[in-house]
Design a protein around this ligand. Sequence first.
Ligand code: AMP
Ligand code: MG
Length: 328
Amino acid sequence: MTRIHRVTGPDDPVIREAAAILLAGGLVAFPTETVYGLGADGLNSEAVARIYAAKGRPATNPMILHVAAVEWSRSLVSQWPEAAQLLAERYWPGPLTLVLPAAATVPAIVRAGGPTVALRCPAHPVAQALLRAVGRPLAAPSANRSQHLSPTLAEHVASSLGEAVDLILDGGPTRAGLESTILDLSGTRPRILRPGPVTPAELTSILGPVDIWEGATAVGARQDAPGMAERHYAPRARLELVDRGAGLTSSAGRVAYVGIGALPALPAGVRGVLLPLNAEAVAAQLYALLHELDGAGFELIVMERPPEGEAWLAVQDRLQRASAKELA
Ligand code: AMP
Ligand code: MG
């Protein structure tokens, strides 16, 4: 069994051990404020290749490099525009990933052969302590098999990746619960590639107009950013979205119904789950709930579509991807 170590704090001696594993080319899963990451030395191509193998991730899907501080970014990019500086000052450490023109020092495997690199500075104290102990950027995608649900607990990592990880640092449940906002600053206008905890309105207030890549909200749109597959973040159970308050008239098999803000009357035998009418709270609980329903053997999860509005954009996006039909 892969070892799961409950980390007591940034001074826990296991951080040194984890850093040694990473510097030797191994894989360590660690908590961030969004979801758990599967980390490898981001400047070691062989170590990064192990992440692709462990996740079953297509080689065309690039990885985010995690840094401990803004200064670490300078050697990883060929340009550091004013917009990046403003955003880093405001949101780092925090759940905002910036895509920028890459420096030649970034291994091609991290960039999936492309000209850009995605950078993020995580706020979680364990992630920060680990990065500082390693002293190098860590490549760290979400610590799950490709296309599956992201992990918000150490146990989710263990059940998804098992023996493929050398050590799992357990920092308890992650706070935000959904992946970081990804903003592409490499083009002529800033563009959101993935909605997340930092909203378009917040970005606009600092940068002025920001585009939202249409595939970031609409399933069925052309895939023009690597890793933005239509079906993603999916539970094993079939997930169907219905309008709020729609309820169920009948049910066959093991069915769960997830209401937002209120729970309608449900047929006997259907498990009802009530989520609050609060986007941040739903984001924080969503993956853990889907993991739990999956683990309990539900075959069908019927979930109410969240309300319209920017605050719900990230939840909307993940639910659309999780409910998209398997790609041919
Ligand atoms: P995950 O692998 O779950 O952590 O998600 C990381 C996301 O970052 C994936 O959707 C990647 O496609 C995206 N990403 C990483 N690097 C880049 C890049 N250079 N340009 C655009 N997206 C990127
Ligand atoms: Mg992922």
